[in-house]
Ligand binder design. Sequence first.
Ligand SMILES: NC(=O)C1=CN([C@@H]2O[C@H](COP(=O)(O)OP(=O)(O)OC[C@H]3O[C@@H](n4cnc5c(N)ncnc54)[C@H](O)[C@@H]3O)[C@@H](O)[C@H]2O)[C@H](O)CC1
Ligand SMILES: [K+]
Length: 513
Amino acid sequence: MYLVTAREMRELDRYTIEEIGLPGIVLMENAGRAVAEEIFLRFPKPKTATVLAGAGNNGGDGWVVARHLLDRGWKVHMWFIGSKEKMSADAGVFYQVCCRYAPVWHYSDGQKERLFRHLAEATVVVDALLGTGTRGGLRPPMDEVVRRLNQTPSPFVVSVDLPSGVDADTGAIENEAVRADLTVTFQYPKWGHYLRPGANVRGKLKVAEIGIFSGHEKTEREPRAQLNTPCLWQEYAQPRQEWAHKGTYGHLHVIGGAGGMLGAVVMAGEAAYRMGAGYVTLTVPESERLALAAKVTQQLIWSWPGQEVFDAGSADVWKEKRERFSAVAVGPGLGRFAGEEQWLGQLMEEVEVPLVLDADALNILAAHPSLFRRRKKGAVTILTPHPGEMARLIGSSTAEVEVQRHQVARQLALKTDMFVVLKGRYTVIAFPDGKQVLNPTGSPALAKAGSGDLLTGMIGSLLAQRIPAEKAVPMAVYLHGKAGEIAGPSSHGVMVDDLLRAIARVRSTTVPY
Ligand SMILES: NC(=O)C1=CN([C@@H]2O[C@H](COP(=O)(O)OP(=O)(O)OC[C@H]3O[C@@H](n4cnc5c(N)ncnc54)[C@H](O)[C@@H]3O)[C@@H](O)[C@H]2O)[C@H](O)CC1
Ligand SMILES: [K+]
């Protein structure tokens, strides 16, 4: 399923109306009808509703909703909030129809108390004030109406297309935004539905088909971003049935586990096995070797000769054994060390199989940006930063990263020709060719130490199994989020072991729907 910007949606809208010839009011009728159907699903018996409609086409959808509610015997208080002369032509058609059904109130100062009363007595309030045409913060009197609606606890609030006040592309809220219980959007979700704070106020999201031309997949109109669903990688969702030698299932090499962060490589290794890797080798500094041997049974153990931390010479060990591995993951518990730049540079140059760089491997990259050029052209590389690591990689701040997540991820992916997995609530995956996938799965249960190590192991495992990166990365991110959802709705009481068990479950049960 595509994820679109407001501009891309307008272009698809225009193409459908002008090139394909489907009139805009047909789309509007379908949109409003879809919202009404979602209301009837939740409230099968007629109730009281208050519909708030703006002057644009979002308001037009609202008039259609009002008419369907009236047709079903609902009591509907209809409010127009805007200036008549600015009303769009399509909205005007349905506004006129509604005026023949029942009185339509026009918000003005004198009507304030009546509107507030209508908000309080409504079972359902339909927010059709603003949609993808929102520019900046809500202007009076919309800001006051929305503030009052948000202070009215009783009604079930249904937002049309977007909660009014949320920016369709960034999820930003400049001053006020409707806090919805349900948002019904049309044809494709928008970035603003999945970027905070917009993602926090949209309630449940339903995507309704309204007749937008879908043939654009084969034209340059194809939107660049997709929502991550099993349909994107379903051919790999089923574990392979053939009974083959364990070497068939790949060999992941995880490097890290320096001073006191041994658990990081163990968790990455365990997650890799649960995702189906045939072999996992963990490489840690010599000094950690015995401690590691006491902790693991099924992972092969390697260690770099050298001191407490990785020393620059240890990458030589890599040379004679590198052909064993079908993927490498560097970073879990790696730490920082003298000679890190030369060590990582040599490894990036030597590793010809897919390479995942996480945690301190990213921090070393951030400290020595010339390392980006050490990867051979076409060598598959996956960066898995959390927002703080991303900020260091691009010389920005975490706050800056958080307000333009998909842009910064895409820019870095294009600049480095690498896959960028920007973790967080709704992880963004940027491909080296500029495509993007937004991941909708996840739960607060993932917000704990070790969760990132698990993801590194999961991505590395699927790459080691020779699944192409454009499938392996979205699949691992999706399943990692699903495992978090299974482990629990909150971080209370969830340990990494619970996540590991959940990973095993989702890997063997996730089938495309
Ligand atoms: N293909 C589809 O997705 C369809 C979408 N539909 C609906 O159309 C809206 C987009 O309509 P548009 O007229 O472009 O914009 P809006 O209705 O969102 O708003 C424009 C309206 O609002 C005023 N305005 C803009 N910013 C502000 C502000 N900050 N404060 C106050 N007022 C503001 C502006 O002056 C205009 O008057 C989309 O969301 C869908 O709901 C179609 O109905 C069907 C096809
Ligand atoms: K709206």
